[in-house]
Design a protein around this ligand. Structure first.
Ligand SMILES: C[S@@+](CC[C@H](N)C(=O)[O-])C[C@H]1O[C@@H](n2cnc3c(N)ncnc32)[C@H](O)[C@@H]1O
Length: 251
C-alpha cells in the first residue's frame, strides 16, 4: 500500500493537477446515465467535485484522511455537496446502492493481490443498483517500461512542480520491478530545484530539505491517467479474462 504517498494531499495536487480529458470522460459517462455516483479512491476529488457540480448525488471513498480533508475543503470552496467516506476499497459497506461506480487514475493498481481485487469487485457488485455501471481505468502492459525500472534514481521532469511556499521542486524517482510479485515499487524524493533556491526548504519538520515517500503499485507511476505498465500477465488481467469467459464473481 502507499499510505505515505497519499498523506500530503496538497503536494499530491501540485504534482498531479486535475487533468482535463479524464475529468470530462467520467463526467460525460455519468451525465449519460444519471443517478447516484460512488468513486473509490477518490483522492482530493479531481473527478467527483465536477460530477457533483452537475447535480448528481456523490459519495467519495478513500483510505487517506488527508486526501479526504483536502477534497472536503475544495468541495466547500466550490459550494458543492459530496459525502466523503474514509474506507478501504477492498472491503466496504455503505448500506446503499449506486447507479455509477468508478475507480480512476490507476487507483485499482494499488491492490497487489488477486484476492484484494476480487474482494473489491465483490464489494462493488453489492453496491451496484440494478442496471448500474462500474468503470475503471488502468495502465496497459508495457514490457519496455517494466525493464526501465532498474532501481536508479532519476529526476522525473513530468512530476516537477512549483510550490507557492517553496518554489520550484524537482522529484526524483527510483523504481524497481519485482517480477515474481508483478509489482513496481517506487521510492520518490522531492527537493527544491537547487539553482532556483538559496536556502534549503524543509518538508514538514524533517532534518533534511528532501522529502521521501514510497509508493508501490502494479504500474510504474501513480496518479497519471495515461501512463505505463502493469506486469505482463497481471492478476487483474487474469481476473478480467476469467470473468469475461464466465459468470460475474459471486458474493
Ligand atoms: C492515484 S490517486 C487517484 C485520486 C483520484 N481518483 C484522482 O483521480 O485524482 C489514488 C487514490 O487511491 C487511494 N487508495 C489507494 N488504495 C486505496 C484503498 N485500498 N482503499 C481506498 N482508497 C485507496 C489513495 O489514498 C489515493 O487517494
Amino acid at each position: 500500500m502507499s499510505e505515505a504517498f497519499y498523506s500530503h494531499a496538497r503536494l499530491y495536487d501540485l504534482m498531479f493537477p486535475a487533468a482535463g480529458p479524464a475529468v470530462e470522460f467520467y463526467r460525460a459517462a455519468v451525465n449519460r446515465r444519471g443517478g447516484c455516483v460512488l468513486e473509490l479512491g477518490c483522492g482530493t476529488g479531481h473527478k467527483l467535485i465536477p460530477i457533483a457540480s452537475d447535480g448528481h448525488p456523490c459519495v467519495g471513498l478513500d483510505f487517506s484522511a488527508d486526501m479526504l480533508a483536502e477534497a472536503q475543503r475544495k468541495a466547500s470552496e466550490h459550494g458543492v455537496a459530496v459525502e466523503w467516506v474514509q474506507g478501504d476499497m477492498r472491503a466496504f459497506d455503505l448500506d446503499r446502492t449506486f447507479d455509477f461506480v468508478f475507480i480512476t487514475a490507476n487507483s485499482l493498481l494499488h491492490l497487489h493481490e488477486a484476492e484484494d481485487l476480487v474482494s473489491c469487485f465483490r464489494s462493488v457488485r453489492r453496491h451496484l443498483a440494478p442496471g448500474g455501471r462500474f468503470m475503471f481505468d488502468v495502465f496497459n502492459p508495457n514490457v519496455r517500461l517494466l525493464a526501465e525500472a532498474d532501481g536508479v534514481r532519476r529526476t522525473r521532469e513530468s512530476l516537477s512542480f512549483t510550490d507557492p511556499d517553496r518554489g520550484d521542486v524537482s522529484v526524483d524517482v527510483a523504481e524497481i520491478y519485482d517480477a515474481p510479485a508483478q509489482v513496481t515499487r517506487g521510492n520518490g524524493t522531492s527537493r527544491p530545484t537547487p539553482s532556483l533556491t538559496s536556502s534549503p526548504h524543509r518538508w514538514k519538520s524533517g532534518a533534511s530539505s528532501r522529502r521521501s515517500c514510497r509508493c508501490s503499485s502494479r504500474s510504474a507511476a501513480c496518479g497519471s491517467s495515461s501512463g505505463p505498465v502493469t506486469g505482463p500477465v497481471s492478476h487483474l488481467a487474469r481476473i478480467l479474462r476469467f470473468n469475461s469467459a464466465s459468470a460475474s464473481p459471486r458474493n
